[in-house]
Design a protein around this ligand. Sequence first.
Ligand code: NAI
Ligand code: OAA
Length: 263
Amino acid sequence: MIGSGAIGLSVLSLLKNDSDVSIDSVIVAPDTLDQAREQVAAIAPKAQVVTGLAEVAQRPDLLVECAGHGALRAHVLPALEQGIPCVVVSIGALSDVELARQLEDAAKRGKTQVQLLSGAIGGIDALAAAKIGGLDSVVYTGRKPALAWKDTPADGQFKLEALTEPTVIFEGPAGEAARLFPKNANVAATLSLAGLGLDRTQVRLIADPSSKENVHHVEASGAFGSFEITMRGKPLAANPKTSALTVYSVVRAIGNQAHAVAI
Ligand SMILES: NC(=O)C1=CN([C@@H]2O[C@H](COP(=O)(O)OP(=O)(O)OC[C@H]3O[C@@H](n4cnc5c(N)ncnc54)[C@H](O)[C@@H]3O)[C@@H](O)[C@H]2O)C=CC1
Ligand SMILES: O=C([O-])CC(=O)C(=O)O
């Protein structure tokens, strides 16, 4: 596993009692090594805590990224080159078309695969299937508590602490949303990659002072018909920018590699 933040530690905790899965190593950022060793030891005492794949004693069957955009370039790219299959959650990073191409090329060269997880959003199976018949429109609205947009371009442009009404802080194509709000762009990028692409997926982001959830609403239409989905995600206490479903999505993906039946 790469990352021992809000997602990583929750995933470790949920996998504790799964006898089909063993997290052998956790790759962390060098400046967090001591703290990460303490946190990981409390949940997964058998896991080594290291700063790179080169220090991992046994070649993993699977590398799971739940760290951040930089981890894709630093760890996932070389793992794919070595033929190690990877699953990733930092999908917002793939709005950098060059990085997306590099990951694909590395996986091809390594004769392996990188799986992009659905994370905080549902319906990706339906959207990716609908794409095959042809999509006409995909519109995504992301609504989060006002303070979840702190340290983004909306902070400064709007007085987030003083908002009294839901306020649209961005409207435009998914590619631009991903560039401006990289830490909140995973869902927009995932929908784009599964559906109409970064230029044709329309995004609206809302800071809502009365919301305590991360609400993701998607409307899609095409040759298949249409669908609409609303996810009302509870944020993780350790990182309110992240919906709890993301953790379950990672645990599901790992289980699907390890268990006799995948669903
Ligand atoms: N696909 C989706 O729907 C979602 C994806 N995410 C993404 O998941 C990732 C993790 O999210 P959280 O756990 O909430 O964040 P977090 O900030 O709580 O934890 C991230 C951890 O990864 C570590 N890290 C960062 N870069 C690293 C590197 N190069 N090598 C090793 N460790 C590194 C950090 O030190 C930190 O401990 C983020 O990129 C976030 O944007 C989050 C929510 C939803
Ligand atoms: O809800 C979440 O967990 C994260 C989110 O909106 C995103 O990164 O697009």
